[in-house]
Structure formats: C-alpha cells, structure tokens
Design a protein around this ligand. Structure first.
Ligand code: PGA
Length: 255
C-alpha cells in the first residue's frame, strides 16, 4: 500500500508563544489552499503548544500538532519534565523522541528513547523516532549498522500493532542545520536499511506501512531530489520549518 507522505516541522527552541501564533496563522492560511494527500505536522516548543493549538482549532486546520520531547512517566516528582498525558490533553498526536540534539546535549541513551517511545504509545501518541550517524561513524563505514541498532533499541518491547503507526526519522547528524544534505542516494540507502530492519522485526506487511522521514537541511531547493526515493516518505524539517512559505513549498513537493 502507498504510504502517505509526511512533512513535519521541528521548530526546536525557536518562537515565543506570540511568534508561534503568528507563524501558525501564516501556515494555516496557506494550508487552507489544501494539500490533502500529505500529513502536515508542526512541533513547537512546549510553551507554544497551547497557542498553536488554538490557532489550528480556530481555523479548523488539518495541520497536526506534535511535541519535541517527553518524559516516560505519566506524573510524579520529576521537576521540569512533561508527561505524555499532558501532551495528549494539549492535542498532540505525535511527539519526536531521540533527536540527536537531545542525545548530545541532554545525554539521552537508546534506553531512554525506548522508554519515551513506549510511554507515548501507551498514551496513544505516535512517536517519531529519530536516528542518525555522526560524520566519524559515516567515515568508518558503519552508518547502516549504527542507525539500524538505534532503531532496534528504540523499538524494544513495541508490538507490531503499535509499531505500525510509528514514524522513523533518519537524520545524519552532520547534515542537521549545516546546509550540508546527505545526497538523496545516501539517504535512500540508509532508509532502505532501516526498512529491512523493520521487515525483520515486524514482517513485510507492517514494515511497508511504516513511514521513514529524512531530515537534515531539507529545503525547497533540494526536496525534489528526495521525493522519488522509494523508502523516504517525507521530511523532518528544522530551519525551513520556521519560514511559512518554505515549509508549505516542502509540503507542495510531496502533493
Ligand atoms: P534542519 O534540522 O532542517 O535545520 O537541518 C532538521 C532536524 O534537526 O530535525
């Protein structure tokens, strides 16, 4: 079956609530022109989730709302943490986990990423599980084994039924925010290795339903090269997600 492409905006630590409202209004207005064949998702910072949700709700926008991270417990003494239950109440249907910036700056391990993914699934939020290699790993020729081991670790204890809706985002670390994209062929090669791992874990039928996104300096000028790649089902977009017209151009490329 054909997978429905997804364009997801990871706003990272950008946009105050007021700025997020403005960007969402622009996106929502543009998006009303309708690109129904693509799932469009925005992931603002926690502090802007409610403002963004209000704009999307007011405009009856089909744009979906997601978060950038979550803690794995539903409640309790975890100062500063945000639970899946809290995200659910704010209307989040997706949440990014295991982004390389979380792994690097907040020392997240594969085990933590797995705990977060499972907590999201338990709360009926779809995890977008990030994986990706450093330049050193790529140069050592270990990209596929490294990335697929991250994917396996993130999915430990996740059943086929739950995995089916999960999204994997392949983001080579050296291509994030650097302006340096992986060539579409390089990205496809790794995404195809990820698909093979999913087949091994869950069988062909489930694995063919699961979406794999590419992320790392994807922008309107290079997106067309990724669109034809058979195992790349859209993008996780950082920088270009902060400019409404650029983000919508990426959506249009997948229509
Ligand atoms: P970028 O970020 O598009 O700015 O490279 C992508 C990401 O980190 O999700």
């Amino acid at each position: 079956m054909a997978r429905r492409p997804m364009i997801a905006g990871n706003w990272k630590m950008n946009k105050t609530a007021a700025e997020a409202t403005e960007l969402t209004q622009k996106l929502s207005f543009e998006y009303m022109k309708e690109y129904k064949s693509v799932d469009v998702l925005v992931c603002p910072p926690f502090t802007s989730l409610r403002s963004v949700r209000i704009v999307l709700g007011f405009d009856k926008s089909p744009i979906k709302l997601g978060a950038q991270d979550v803690f794995w417990e539903d409640e309790g003494a975890f100062t500063g943490a945000i639970s899946p239950k809290m995200l659910k109440e704010l209307g989040c249907t997706y949440c990014i986990v295991g982004h390389s910036e979380r792994r690097e700056f907040f020392h997240e391990t594969d085990e933590m990423v797995n705990a977060k993914a499972r907590a999201l699934i338990r709360n009926n939020i779809i995890p977008i599980i990030c994986c990706g290699e450093s330049l050193a790993t790529r140069e050592a020729g270990e990209t596929a084994s490294y990335v697929t081991s991250q994917v396996r670790a993130a999915l430990v204890g996740v059943t086929a039924d739950d995995a089916q809706r999960a999204v994997i985002a392949y983001e080579p670390i050296w291509a994030i925010g650097t302006g340096r994209t992986a060539t579409p062929e390089m990205a496809e090669e790794t995404c195809s290795a990820i698909r093979d791992t999913l087949i091994e874990l869950y069988g062909d039928e489930i694995a063919q339903e699961m979406r794999i996104l590419y992320g790392g300096s994807m922008k309107p000028s290079n997106v067309k090269h990724f669109v034809p790649m058979p195992n790349i089902d859209g993008g996780l977009i950082g920088g270009a997600a902060l400019v409404a017209t650029d983000f919508i151009d990426l959506v249009k490329a997948y229509v």
